[in-house]
Ligand binder design. Structure first.
Ligand code: UDX
Ligand code: UDX
Length: 524
C-alpha cells in the first residue's frame, strides 16, 4: 500500500466550504474571522514592540529547547541553534525511530552540504536526538513544532487544505506533558490563524501549565540549508507576548544581526510564510510560461531571464526556467493559500494563485510530451537515461520532484527508464514511482507494479544510465552532469542520440557539435 499525502489533481474537485463544518471537522481549520479585529489590536502592539539591540543572555540563560519533528526543517534548524548556543540544551524528538537512529549515526537522514559538521559539533554536548517526546516536552522551556503539514488527501479540502492532524496531536501531547510555563513555537508552515487554535487546545487541555504561542516560520531552502540558517535574510517571529517574542529573538540574536529579526503579529507571520513561497513559485511559473513561448518563437529563455533580471525592480533570482518546481513546500503552500482564499469567499484571488500550480503541471507535461514528440512520437520500449531524481540539486529529497511526473508520463508511454541520482536511493525512487501510480486509497494496480518492476532500472552513475539508451533526460541540475564525458556517453548510445535538458545546465552548442540532438527547456 502506498499512501502518500500527495495531491492527485488540484483542479479535479470543486467544493463548497461551510465555515462551521470546517471548524468542526478535524483536522481543525483556523478560527472564524469574526474574532480577527480583537486579536489584531492586541498583537499589533507586539509587532511594533521595540526589541533591544543587544543579545539578552538573561532570557536564554539555562534555556532548554525541544523540537518535535526531526525532518528536513527540524533537524538542521535545531542543529544550528545547538551549534551557535552551546549553553542551550536542544532535544529533537520524532516518532520515527529509524530517522532518530540515523541522526545519531554517521549516515544522517537528510543530505545537506555542511550539515554533518554542524551536527557533529554539538551532538552529545548540547544536542540530542531521541523518541522520548513526553520527556523532552516536560524538561523544556521552549517547544518547537516542526512536524509535516502535507496537503490533505481526504475529506473536506482534499487536494488543497493543509492536513493539520499532526500539529493538533502535538498540541495535545504538549498540553498533557507540560507543567509550569512553556513557549510553544510553530515552525511548521501553517494556515493563517492556526496559532489561535493551537493556543485553545493547549489552554483547554490542562490546568497544570500556561502557554505562549509564537509563529516562527523557517525560510531555509533545501540544498543550502546550512548557509541559509547561518546567514538568514531575516528571522520572522510573530506573537502576542513580548517576553516570549523577546526570548526567541534572544536565541537567534546570538548569531543573527538584530535588524534581521522581524517581529509581527501572529497572523502576519503565518501568512508571510505562505506568501513568500507563493511569490517564489510564481516567479518560476512565470519564467516557465515564457519558456513555452521561447520554444515557439526562437527566443532563448536564459537570455530573456538575464534581460529582465537586470531590472533592479525584478531582480535575477528565481528566474531559471526548468522542468517545473518541486519540493515539499511550493505546491502545498499555494494550494493551502487557494483553500484559505476560497474559505473567505475570495474566489478570484484563489483562482489567481491556482494558476501558478496549473502552469507548473503544464510545464512537467510539456517536457515529457516534447520527449515523445521528438523521438518520432513513440518511446515504447526505448531506453531513456534519467539523470537526477531529487527535486533540486544538493538534496536527497524527492517530495513532489518533477522527475516523478516526467518518469510516470514516460512509463505510461512504455519507455524503459535507467535512472541515476547521486543522492537518492533506488528504494526511494521506486517508492515514489509506485506512489505516483497509486489510486486514492493508496493501492497500486498490479499492472503498474509490473510496469515499474520491468521498465525501471536504477543505476549508480550517469554513464551506466546511458548505455544502449536512445535518449538522456536531465531532470535535476546536479553539478556533476555539467562535466560529463560526452564522447563516452555518445559511444554507448543509439543514434540519433537525443538529449533533453530539463534544467538548462548543458552547453547545447558543444553537445550539438559532438553529435547529440539536444533539446533544452525554453530554447527552440
Ligand atoms: C517542514 C515543515 O514542518 C512543514 O510544515 C513545511 O511545510 C516544510 O518543512 P519537513 O521538516 O520538511 O517539514 O517534514 P519532514 O521531513 O517530513 O519531517 C517531519 C517529521 O515530523 C518526520 O520525521 C515525522 O516522523 C515527524 N512527526 C510527524 C512526528 O514526530 N510526530 C508527528 O506526529 C508527526
Ligand atoms: C522553498 C523556499 O525557497 C524556502 O524559503 C522555503 O523555506 C521552503 O521552500 P525549497 O523548496 O527547499 O525552498 O527550494 P527552492 O530553492 O525554493 O526550489 C524550489 C523548486 O523550484 C525546486 O524544484 C527548484 O529546482 C525550482 N526552481 C527554483 C526553479 O525551477 N527555478 C528557479 O529559478 C528556482
Amino acid at each position: 500500500m502506498f499512501r502518500r499525502n500527495r495531491r492527485r489533481s488540484a483542479f479535479g474537485k470543486k467544493f463548497q466550504v461551510n465555515r462551521i463544518e470546517v471548524w468542526n471537522t478535524p483536522p481543525f481549520f483556523p478560527l472564524d474571522p469574526i474574532v480577527v479585529s480583537n486579536t489584531t489590536v492586541l498583537s499589533t502592539t507586539v509587532s511594533n514592540m521595540m526589541v533591544s539591540n543587544l543579545p539578552n543572555t538573561d532570557l536564554t540563560k539555562n534555556l532548554k529547547i525541544c523540537c518535535i519533528g526531526a525532518g528536513y526543517v527540524g533537524g538542521p534548524t535545531m542543529a544550528m541553534i545547538a551549534k551557535q548556543c552551546p549553553d542551550i540544551q536542544v532535544h529533537v524528538v520524532d516518532l520515527n525511530q529509524v530517522r532518530i537512529d540515523r541522526w545519531n549515526s554517521d549516515d544522517l537522514p537528510v543530505y545537506e552540504p555542511g550539515l554533518d559538521a554542524v551536527v557533529r559539533e554539538s551532538l552529545g554536548r548540547n544536542l540530542r536526538f531521541s523518541t522520548c517526546v513526553d520527556e523532552a516536552i516536560a524538561e523544556s522551556d521552549m517547544i518547537f513544532i516542526s512536524v509535516n503539514t502535507p496537503t490533505k488527501s481526504f475529506g473536506v479540502g482534499a487536494g488543497r487544505a493543509a492536513n493539520l492532524e499532526f500539529v493538533e496531536k502535538c498540541a495535545r501531547q504538549i498540553a498533557a506533558a507540560s507543567t509550569g510555563h512553556k513557549i510553544v513555537v510553530e515552525k511548521s508552515t501553517l494556515p493563517v490563524r492556526t496559532a489561535e487554535a493551537v493556543k485553545r487546545i493547549l489552554e483547554s487541555s490542562t490546568d497544570k501549565a500556561s502557554f505562549d504561542v509564537l509563529s516562527n516560520p523557517e525560510f531555509l531552502a533545501e540544498g543550502t540549508a546550512v548557509t541559509d540558517l547561518l546567514n538568514p535574510d531575516r528571522i520572522l517571529i510573530g506573537g502576542e507576548s513580548s517576553t516570549a517574542v523577546e526570548t526567541l529573538a534572544a536565541v537567534y540574536s546570538r548569531w543573527v544581526p538584530r535588524d534581521r529579526i522581524l517581529t509581527t503579529n501572529l497572523w502576519s507571520s503565518e501568512l508571510s510564510k505562505l506568501t513568500a513561497n507563493a511569490f517564489l513559485a510564481q516567479r518560476v511559473s512565470s519564467i516557465n510560461a515564457i519558456s513555452a513561448l521561447c520554444e515557439a518563437t526562437g527566443a532563448d529563455v536564459d537570455e530573456v531571464a538575464r534581460a529582465i533580471g537586470t531590472d533592479s525592480r525584478i531582480g535575477p533570482k528565481f528566474l531559471k526556467s526548468s522542468v517545473g518546481f518541486g519540493g515539499s513546500c511550493f505546491q502545498k503552500d499555494i494550494l493551502n493559500l487557494v483553500y484559505i482564499c476560497e474559505h473567505f469567499g475570495l474566489s478570484e484571488v484563489a483562482h489567481y494563485w491556482e494558476q501558478v500550480v496549473a502552469m507548473n503541471d503544464h510545464q512537467k507535461q510539456r517536457f515529457s510530451d516534447r520527449i515523445v514528440r521528438t523521438m518520432f512520437n513513440t518511446v515504447s520500449d526505448k531506453k531513456i537515461a534519467i539523470l537526477g531524481f531529487a527535486f533540486k540539486k544538493d538534496t536527497n529529497d524527492t517530495r513532489e520532484s518533477p522527475a516523478i511526473y516526467v518518469c510516470k508520463n514516460l512509463l505510461d508511454e512504455r519507455a524503459k527508464l535507467r535512472i541515476y541520482d547521486p543522492k537518492v536511493s533506488g528504494k526511494q525512487i521506486r517508492e515514489e514511482l509506485l506512489a505516483a501510480f497509486a489510486d486514492p486509497m493508496g493501492n497500486v494496480p498490479e499492472k503498474h507494479q509490473q510496469l515499474i518492476a520491468s521498465n525501471v532500472t536504477v543505476v549508480s552513475n550517469a554513464y551506466e544510465a546511458a548505455v544502449h539508451s536512445h535518449a538522456i533526460a536531465v531532470l535535476t541540475e546536479w553539478d556533476e552532469f555539467k562535466t560529463l564525458d560526452r564522447q563516452r556517453l555518445l559511444g554507448s548510445m543509439l543514434r540519433p542520440a537525443f538529449v533533453f535538458d530539463g534544467r538548462g545546465i548543458l552547453n547545447a552548442s558543444e553537445w550539438r557539435q559532438d553529435g547529440f540532438q539536444i533539446h533544452t527547456i525554453g530554447k527552440a
